[in-house]
Design a protein around this ligand. Structure first.
Ligand SMILES: [Fe+2]
Length: 273
């Protein structure tokens, strides 16, 4: 039986989103049933061939990937516009499954809890994808029907060789933006009368606070191990990897719950750095 990190790579290569979501859910169930597998993950050698690396991440032919400028924003008050909005979030969840699986296979030598945490994230992202994709079906649409953009995966590639940068810039920068963006989207969907979508976003927001907290946990763990100050190293990583500089308004309550310190929030609010 291949080790956990090989299995995560295999799930990441799957092209069919429904198959990938199922594999991510099953992998976390395996870990819950056999937690001893986590202890072996740190020592597992995973060396994919160049062909495998260029096939990452496995994704379906559609949606077509386009630059953010080419993806129009539509009014959530028409059926098509609402489907397009929910499709954009569904695409983020599909990418989020990939990001979590990538953290599991790519980074060796971490404690067992690191692999457990990211397999839990992959499993919850798979649930989010599934809930949104099923809701899209009820609106007469499906994942792949609209163009989508690919900023999340490109940051994943830019931080492939540095786990500290990955933790700093993917979960606690790009994914943390979801904490800020979700309540205003829920307000629009409430006005549009789509309470099913609002309920799905409640689940997503709740889980996403936990995912950002996991990013914060491992960012701080790595800073401590390398003798770095998390507050000063973060802006350096943002500059080095050309990550977007975040702007307010922030969901301060959710960010506090996800473990951002007061000093980190002051930096985000532009009061220092
Ligand atoms: Fe998610």
């Amino acid at each position: 039986m291949p080790g956990l990190r090989h299995q995560a790579l295999h799930a990441l290569l799957l092209r069919d989103p429904v198959d990938k979501a199922r594999a991510a859910r099953e992998l976390f169930e395996t870990v819950q049933a056999q937690p001893e597998a986590l202890m072996r993950a740190a020592y597992e050698a995973v060396h994919p061939t160049p062909e495998v690396l260029t096939a990452l991440p496995g994704r379906p032919e559609r949606p077509r990937l386009a630059s953010a400028k080419e993806v129009p924003t539509r009014s959530p008050f028409t059926l098509e516009g609402r489907a397009a909005l929910l499709h954009a979030i569904c695409h983020i969840e599909f990418n989020a499954i990939n990001l979590a699986l990538d953290a599991v296979w790519r980074f060796e030598g971490m404690p067992g809890d690191f692999y457990r945490d990211w397999l839990q994230v992959a499993s919850e992202e798979a649930l989010h994808f599934t809930l949104l994709n099923e809701h899209l079906h009820s609106l007469g649409a499906r994942y792949g029907d609209f163009d989508a953009h690919d900023g999340l995966w490109s940051m994943c590639e830019r931080t492939a060789h540095d786990i500290l940068a990955r933790m700093a810039l993917v979960p606690r920068t790009l994914e943390a933006r979801g904490l800020d963006a979700t309540p205003p989207i829920q307000a629009k969907l409430t006005k549009a009368g789509d309470l099913v979508a609002v309920g799905i976003l409640d689940i997503i927001l709740r889980d996403e606070i936990g995912h950002v907290a996991i990013g914060n946990r491992w960012f701080h763990h790595l800073c401590a191990a390398r003798g770095l100050d998390p507050v000063t190293v973060y802006p350096e990583l943002v500059r080095r990897h050309e990550a977007p500089r975040l702007k307010p308004p922030y969901n301060l309550a959710a960010r506090k719950q996800a473990g951002f310190s007061d000093a980190e929030m002051r930096f985000l609010l532009g009061e220092m750095g």
